[in-house]
Write a protein that binds this ligand. Structure first.
Ligand SMILES: [Zn+2]
Length: 486
């Protein structure tokens, strides 16, 4: 359990530890804001503490008013080169090193080129993101109570800190959902979870499309994927409508709760990570939940198609032809290109029934996205440049970087089928992320639409704000965009 609040001199006397950023060129102005701390720190000025390599930390003991306190000194390198993203990562790294019940006083550095509130917000985000652990299935799980104080010589807004904490908690919620084992987190587990979360909230309406209703709606693409699974699929529709008659922002998240690849089965190595193939759904659920809690006051609808993709006697075959809800026939070339099939029907449904102002879908869609971008960015594509620009800006603010890839009409030729209107995959092996998005575009009509491919950033590397396991990618990004621009 981690809590964060603004602190003052009193907080230091209540603390069991101090954390401070130290620059190669000496303490940041205002960094050592209290005389007692300054005196104690000055003893280290000539020592290695001030020369800590950027991003790494050292622990030492300082004496403040005859109290001996451990201090974590986190290297910043040269002051002028420090970025918000650095501070978020470094705070996370230091927070990971606190492995006991503790109260930590963080000295917020004053950096001439950065806004003090943004610095404090980034630290709060880093602390919450860095403290994340998924250990609910471990007998020896250790829950530490850690209280963090942010101490600054500048006037900071507690509300802004709270919002930063909410955003980071949304990411942690998405991580929890994506890390859950697929034998437990099934489509209807999520439905029940959501029903519990929003029961009694008059502003949230929950609708569930089950197999029978999906059949009536003609969702042949979605049902084709689901037919090999032994757990029933569902499409969850959540409507947050604080004001009547506002056109909603519609978020659509891919929720494949386990992706074996189906008959086009994946190699065994790394297949357990395919529990994270519902990371898009997790991001949408987390951002939606936070938006309702924060009372953003904007109409938001979440459409979340959920199913397993399994090989089975009843499973979809390569060569099958299915008919999507808009009447388009799709030849199945590869049953592992299932995300676009369930999203196709979700997009047609959202466009026809949910009256969207704009649709943003988020999905772990293509391995090709990792080939193009590594794990440093998610792909963004769409038919509406102003929404893409807004999301690129949100990516910059949150550190969840996006990179725009093209959606040339020529990519449609890669999806030509000899037998149906379109094929679900290309065997050319070119521009996989763009081709996946081009497929989706056939199901959005004229609605402003953006597609986020988060396959590249689904899993964390354990460094900085990243955990080991699923990263919770997209949750803070979507929440930031909903708060600022949408
Ligand atoms: Zn797949």
């Amino acid at each position: 359990m981690v809590t964060i609040q603004l602190g003052d001199t009193q907080s230091i006397s209540k603390s069991t530890c101090i954390a401070a950023f130290v620059a190669a060129d000496g303490p940041a102005s205002g960094d050592v804001i209290f005389q007692s701390v300054q005196t104690a720190f000055s003893a280290f000025t000539d020592t290695a503490l001030w020369r800590v390599k950027s991003g790494t930390s050292v622990t030492s003991i300082i004496e403040i008013e005859s109290n001996r306190l451990p201090v974590i000194g986190i290297g910043m390198g040269s002051l002028s080169s420090v970025s918000i993203q650095n501070l978020r990562d470094w705070a996370a790294t230091a927070a990971k090193s606190v492995q006991t019940d503790a109260a930590v006083s963080w000295i917020v550095p004053v950096l001439p080129h950065l806004n003090p509130q943004s610095v404090a917000n980034a630290m709060a985000e880093g602390i919450v993101l860095g403290s994340y652990q998924f250990d609910r299935f471990k007998a020896e799980a250790q829950r530490h109570q850690v209280h963090h104080y942010l101490i600054s010589s500048e006037a900071l807004s507690a509300t802004a800190i709270d919002q930063a904490v909410h955003g980071a908690e949304a990411t942690n919620m998405a991580r929890d959902l994506a890390n859950m084992p697929p034998n437990i987190l099934t489509p209807w587990y999520v439905v029940e979870l959501v029903q519990q979360t929003f029961s009694g909230n008059p502003n949230v309406v929950i609708d569930v499309i089950d197999v029978q209703r999906a059949t009536e709606l003609g969702m042949g693409a979605f049902l084709g994927v689901a037919q090999g699974a032994s757990v029933p699929p569902a499409i969850l529709v959540l409507r947050y409508q604080p004001f009547q008659n506002d056109k909603p922002i519609v978020l659509i998240g891919k929720g494949v709760t386990f992706d074996s690849g189906g008959i086009s089965i994946k190699p065994g190595r790394g297949m357990s990570d395919m529990k994270g193939d519902m990371s898009g759904a997790a991001a949408v659920l987390a951002a939606f939940t936070a938006a309702v809690r924060l009372n953003l006051g904007k109409a938001i609808t979440a459409v979340i198609p959920m199913t397993e993709n399994m090989p089975d006697g009843a499973a979809q075959r390569p060569g099958d032809i299915v008919t999507a809800m808009n009447g388009k026939t799709i030849e199945i070339i590869n049953t592992d290109a299932e995300g676009r099939l369930i999203l196709a029907d979700a997009l047609v449904y959202a466009a026809q029934y949910e009256n969207p102002k704009v649709m943003v879908d988020i999905a772990t869609l293509t391995g090709a996205c990792s080939v193009a971008l590594g794990d440093l960015a998610a792909g963004v594509l769409g038919n509406n440049q102003s929404t893409i620009d807004q999301l690129l800006a949100a990516g910059h603010r949150t550190g969840e970087q996006l990179w725009q890839l093209p959606l040339f009409d020529g990519y449609l030729a890669y999806l030509k089928s000899d037998y149906a209107d379109i094929a679900n995959a290309s065997e050319a092996g070119k521009a996989g992320t763009s081709t996946g998005a081009k497929f989706l575009q056939q199901f959005v009509g004229e609605v402003p639409w953006v597609h986020l491919d988060i396959a590249s950033v689904m899993k964390g590397n354990g460094k900085g704000i990243q955990p080991k396991g699923m990263s919770g990618a997209g949750a803070r990004l979507l929440l930031d965009w909903l708060s600022v621009d949408a």
